[in-house]
Structures are given as C-alpha cells and as structure tokens.
Design a protein around this ligand. Sequence first.
Ligand code: PEP
Length: 254
Amino acid sequence: MRKPLIAGNWKMHKTINEAIALATNIKKEVANLRNVEVVLCPPFTVLSHIYNVIQESDIKLGAQDVFWEKEGAYTGEISPIMLKDCGCEYVIIGHSERRQYFSETDQTINKKIKAALEIGLNPICCVGETLEEREAGKTIEVINKQLKQCLINFKVEDILGLVIAYEPVWAIGTGKNATAQQAEEVHKFIRNWFKENFSTSFSESLRILYGGSVKPTNIKELIKEEDIDGALVGGASIDAISFSQIIKNAIKNV
Ligand code: PEP
C-alpha cells in the first residue's frame, strides 16, 4: 500500500524567523501522526534552519528546485549535493511557475531529475496542462508528452524514489481545484503510462500527488480516489493550521 505524502511548497515566502515559527507549529500539530509522510519545501535560504527544527520528528525536508551540474561557475544555482548537505531528501522539479517564469523545459527537467536521483534525492516531478489545453481536450496528450520528455533515457532502476505531481496549471493558486474525478482520470492515465513504459510493480508503488488549490476540505474527496496518493500544497502550506489539517485529512480511512 502506498503511504500518502503531503508536501508543502512554501514558494518565495518566509524569512528565517517566520519560517522557524511555521515549521515549529506544523511539527507540534502533526507530532503523533502515523501513516502519512510530510515534506516541507521552504526557500533555499532557510533549509538548514528548518532541518534543525524538524529533528526528532518524521517530517522531511525538500527544496523547490535544483541545478543539474555538481559544481562550477553557475552563478546563483544550487547543486544536488548542496541540497543533500542541508538535509534535503526531496526536491520539486519542473513546477509550472518555473516553466512559466524561468524558461524551464522538459529537457532541463530531465537533466535535473537525473542529477537529483544520482545523488539520492527524491524528485517530485510536476506535470500539468493549461486551461487552454484542457478546454481544447488536450490534457492527456500534454501529460503524455511531458512524461515522455521529462523521463527520456531512464530505466526503471534509475527512477526509484521518483514522485509525480499532477498540477493542472489552471488550478494553481487560483482557488479552482480539479474535481476528484477530473484528477483521478489523469492520475490513472499517469499510473498506466508508467506501467507501459517502465513496469507494473513500479507503477503500483509510484506515488502520484495532486496539486492545485488543495485545502483541508477538498483533500478529503481527492484522497479517496484510488490513484491519488497525496498532495503538493502551495498557498495552504504556509498556514500551520490549514496545512496540518490537510495532513490529518489525508490519512486514508479518516
Ligand atoms: C503549488 O504551488 O504547487 C500549488 C499547488 O499551489 P496552490 O496550492 O496554492 O494552488
């Protein structure tokens, strides 16, 4: 059985003191929870601080991006080994905001996923269609193309640890979430895609998160779906009470 995973993407929010306070409150709220994995993805500047806060808890640390080279003259970039050094176990790769504002492509995402996996970081690879693409009936075509290109040249043994986040672009930060049925349709497609392109056992163990305006209320319906294994949460993850409530509501059979 796949353990639900709830990851909080703090985006470009929180100074050091604010971040410590938020992580401390989340840690208190989720202290005794079992059967759910929690990952905090704060900005690079506070990774080490949050790593200290989450000691003696089951909360894990993730970053919001990574560069593919190990080191060198790449001003402003952060390497996989630097993230490991800060205590990261996860890294979000290919978030739609990075595709939209920072020229991220399926090709750069492929290189980042490879570099992350090589160092033992679990990539949370984001895929998703725009509103225009959904309205044109192209959702599955778009997801198929993104998966194909982001995961080109990998064998199944290379991608153990991979997590996929299905994040319809029209649902991110808009307050308009996909319905549980809309999300499940795409999640099922993604699981079958991995079955066909990698293996049945890998596809059955793969965690596929939904992302896009997840809140304490709508997670209950989403998590009931067979192929939805958790959520990548943006806005609601920077409030300790709502994020903790999402985590509690994501435990299957609640
Ligand atoms: C995200 O940033 O990945 C996200 C899903 O944002 P929000 O929850 O705010 O829609």
